[in-house]
Structures are given as C-alpha cells and as structure tokens.
Design a binder for this molecule. Structure first.
Ligand code: GRF
Length: 216
C-alpha cells in the first residue's frame, strides 16, 4: 500500500480497501480483524482468506463470516517462486490492496514481496528484532526477558525483519509458562493488528530508512 495524503472529508467516499488474509492455523487474529470490521473500528473488507493448510481452523472462522476461502498447499507447486506467483495472482485478481499475514507459516520470496510493495503486513509475538522466527514466546521466556510483546511490521523477504508499523509491550512474570505468556501476548495481538491495519490503510505514513513515520 503506497503512502499518500488525504482529507478526512474524502475518506467515506473512497472505495473500501480490500484485504487478503493468509493463515496456516487457528485464525484468532483473522477473527479479531473480522470483528473490528464488523464493529466499525476498521474500514476495510476481507476479500479472501487463503490457507496453505487444508486443516487450518481459521478457514471455518472465514466461512462463518461469509468470506471466500482458498486452500493453496505449497506442495502443489514445484518451486517457491511458482507458489508465490500463484498466491500473488489469486490476491491480485480479487483486487486485494493489503495482504495481512496472520499466522502464515511460509516465508514469502522476493517476487511476492515485489508484487505488493509496502502492502504486506505480518504480526509477530515478540518485540522485534528480539526473538524472530518460530517459538518467539518460548525464546523470550528462556532468555529471561522481563518484557516481551507484539510487533506488526511490513514484510520483506528477510524473515521478521521489515519496517515496524506498531508494537505493544507485554510484561513477563515469574510464574509464566509458555502458555500463560502466549495468552497475554495474544490479547495484545488482537488489539494491535486491526489498529495497525487501519493506520496503514489510512495512508498518512512514509518509510524513512527503516522507520515507518506517521503524519502528513
Ligand atoms: C500469532 O501468535 C501470531 O503472532 C503468529 O502466529 C500466531 C497466529 O495465531 N505469527 P492465530 O492463527 O492468529 O490464532
């Protein structure tokens, strides 16, 4: 999504931005986005939910909300590039303006990122750049940090390394297990992701080096 400026009077006249949400599992962030839209907190529409796994529970969340779902197993494609091309094509033909990864467990390559410049978001359950990759909550607990959190960032081909849109801190307490810490972080994920999507859709931001800077 390219940054731009806008006048608040013109916002309601603009077409509703279409989101494409990629999942691999449970879909609780997808649910939070769908609920934020229904509650009028996020002016967007989910055009399609795509899962690389047929058994992703999040597909039922989408179906229950009347959203089109697609299952695109990566094994059906010979190469990562072919998969990325298929994915980009499916999103493009549906008019998707912003791609939101919500627990999508596949690395997207340069071709996919180039197809949606500054228009792919991911949510990660730590304060990046700490604890990138899988099991971020376990990594945080094992490292002994006293504060962890959530990051929403733009996606680049490097894992969990794109410019940061929003973050929220979450305390780690002595009694924490991976489950209790994950649950506390997840609560903040559900709050933060719709807000971050709204800010990106709003268009009043620019990327300065690694920094996402908001305002006209
Ligand atoms: C979340 O913790 C998210 O931060 C991470 O994967 C998990 C997805 O959970 N990228 P859900 O499928 O949205 O419930």
């Amino acid at each position: 999504m390219r940054p731009g400026t806008q006048n608040s009077k013109t916002v309601e006249n603009r077409p509703v931005p279409l989101l494409g949400i990629l999942i691999s599992g449970r879909g609780s962030n997808l649910r939070a986005i769908v609920e934020a839209i229904a509650a009028g907190q996020l002016r967007a529409k989910v055009a399609v939910v795509i899962s690389n796994r047929r058994d992703a529970a999040g597909l039922d969340v989408a179906r229950a909300a009347g959203i089109e779902t697609l299952v695109m197993p990566h094994r059906d494609h010979a190469t990562r590039e072919a998969y990325d091309r298929g994915l980009a094509e499916a999103l493009r033909t549906r008019g998707v303006a912003l791609v939101c990864l919500a627990g999508f467990m596949r690395l997207l390559g340069p071709a996919f990122c180039a197809a949606f410049p500054n228009a792919i978001l991911n949510i990660h359950p730590s304060l990046l750049p700490a604890f990138s990759g899988v099991d971020a909550q376990r990594q945080a607990l094992e490292h002994g940090v006293k504060v962890s959190g959530v990051t929403v960032h733009f996606v680049t081909p490097e894992l969990d390394a794109g410019p940061i849109v929003m973050q929220a801190a979450v305390p780690v307490v002595d009694a924490d297990t991976i489950d209790t810490l994950s649950a506390r972080i997840l609560e903040q994920e559900h709050r933060l992701y719709p807000q971050a999507i709204a800010r990106v859709i709003d268009g009043r931001w620019r990327i300065d080096g690694r920094r996402v800077v908001f305002g006209d």
